[in-house]
Ligand binder design. Structure first.
Ligand SMILES: Cc1ncc(COP(=O)(O)O)c(C=O)c1O
Length: 427
């Protein structure tokens, strides 16, 4: 093993032996090399800096006007150079402040500085690199974001197991989650928690979060090492009285050596910046040396897959977050989604549709899902495209997902009415 990896592992093992055993084989062997980036960093203040594969003039970074003109009044040095593998420092600070301001029960010592990722998919994949070995168990709710299967199942070779989160009548339940954890008897588990949930649009309330956290704590007390990956893609899009901090906070506050909370979040959905590819990964740990070692390993993982994330996107998010009117612009969009949510809620549960579908409980996010009765979900999907000009997602044989985030408020009734007609056509 490389001596730098050994050094990081020793730091982690000495300060948090259980955490060391949670790392995957790749997580153990990865390190941040004293290579070009490190050497170039050390040479930053030299007069003749001939270290890195960029091009400079006496005035600064070399660039072309045609590209520069796309970026308004930004400084070229905030656009053209490579970003650091861990991301722009100002952006990391701003995001850390955001996390702390959204999560009042969390303090700075409990978390690492967020590391910039190429949005959430990359963050999840990096977390998988660090913690998931082939044949480890990844526990997911039955209704989950389909890409987890690729990331954790295919890419990392884990065994994916699921538990139900909804009763037959569509109401949310924790019974299966609690039973699954109670009966779990392996040494390690990777729990992926995602609220507001894709595809159902459900976020638990404070009591439900309490129950979840207590089930996780019991599992950890039994000796299982729990890596809790919290996917906060839709954080902040809450439309009812739900738990509005991240469940990452509640889990971090258990402060249990057998639990490693990791928060994955970003600008993608929260800031309506899907294509910017700006996300973050934050560790929930108190020990400064451990945090440093984990960050070094994450830098190594980033360096080894995409080197560093795009600087113009990071600069854009920094400027937006520093713009005093930004949050009210975000809130304006959230308000539009909330109004769509309210109409969707009223329409989806109408008596006339009771025999056609059962909605799964929803209160947040971009989506809602229903279980359709007596028709195949994919046939329904295709029929809706062909006859009604409507696109929805078939999740499996019975369930469809509707992104009310993409339907104007005044069109929602029409869309549900057309889905009802389409179901009747196919029955
Ligand atoms: C639950 C969930 N997590 C992560 C992502 C991916 O986000 P990103 O586009 O930032 O990679 C999505 C996108 O659809 C999602 O629904």
């Amino acid at each position: 093993m490389n001596p730098l990896a050994k050094e990081l592992n020793e730091t982690i093992e000495q300060n948090s032996p259980v955490l060391y055993n949670m790392l995957s084989d790749l997580g153990k062997s990865i390190y941040y090399p004293k290579g070009i980036l490190s050497q170039s960093g050390e040479a930053k203040s030299t007069k003749y800096n001939a270290t890195i594969g960029m091009a400079t003039t006496e005035e600064g970074i070399m660039y072309t006007d045609a590209l520069y003109n796309q970026f308004g009044d930004q400084d070229p040095s905030d656009i053209f150079p490579y970003a650091a593998p861990q991301g722009n420092e100002r952006l990391r600070e701003l995001w850390q402040q955001k996390i702390l301001s959204d999560n009042k029960e969390l303090n700075e010592n409990q978390i690492s500085k967020p590391i910039v990722t190429n949005a959430l998919t990359h963050g999840l994949s990096l977390a998988g690199d660090l913690f998931v070995n082939a044949n480890d168990t990844v526990l997911l709710p039955e209704h989950n974001w389909g890409n987890y299967k690729l990331t954790f199942g295919v890419r990392h070779g884990s065994q994916i197991e699921t538990y139900k989160s909804f009763e037959d009548d569509g109401s949310f339940t924790l019974e299966h989650f609690k039973n699954t954890l109670e009966n779990y008897n392996k040494e390690k588990v990777i729990l992926v928690l995602n609220f507001p949930n894709n595809p159902t649009g459900y976020t638990p309330n404070a009591d439900e979060v309490g129950e979840m956290v207590s089930a996780i704590e019991k599992l950890a007390n039994k000796g299982t090492k729990v890596v809790a990956l919290v996917d906060d893609a839709y954080y902040g899009l809450f439309f009812e009285d739900v738990y509005t901090q991240s469940i990452f906070t509640a889990i971090t506050n258990i402060n249990h050596e057998n639990i490693m909370p990791v928060k994955i979040d970003g600008a993608t959905k929260e800031y309506f910046a899907w294509g910017f590819r700006v996300g973050f990964l934050t560790f929930g740990h108190q020990n400064e040396k451990v945090k440093e070692a984990l960050i070094a390993k994450l830098k190594g993982l980033i360096r080894s897959n995409l080197s560093s994330c795009a600087l113009p996107s990071q600069t854009a998010i920094v400027h937006a977050m520093e713009d005093p009117s930004f949050q009210s612009q975000v809130d304006h969009n959230i308000q539009i989604l909330k109004e769509r949510y309210e109409v969707t809620k009223e329409v989806a549960y109408r008596k006339a549709y009771l025999e056609l579908w059962t909605p799964y409980a929803f209160n947040s996010g971009y989506f809602m899902s229903v279980r359709v009765h007596d028709v195949d979900a994919d046939k329904l999907r295709l029929h809706l495209i062909e006859k009604y000009n409507i696109g929805i997602i078939a999740l499996n044989n019975t369930d469809i997902r509707i992104a009310f985030s993409c339907i104007e408020k005044l069109d929602i009734e029409h869309v549900f009415d057309a889905i009802a007609s389409a179901i009747k056509d196919l029955k």
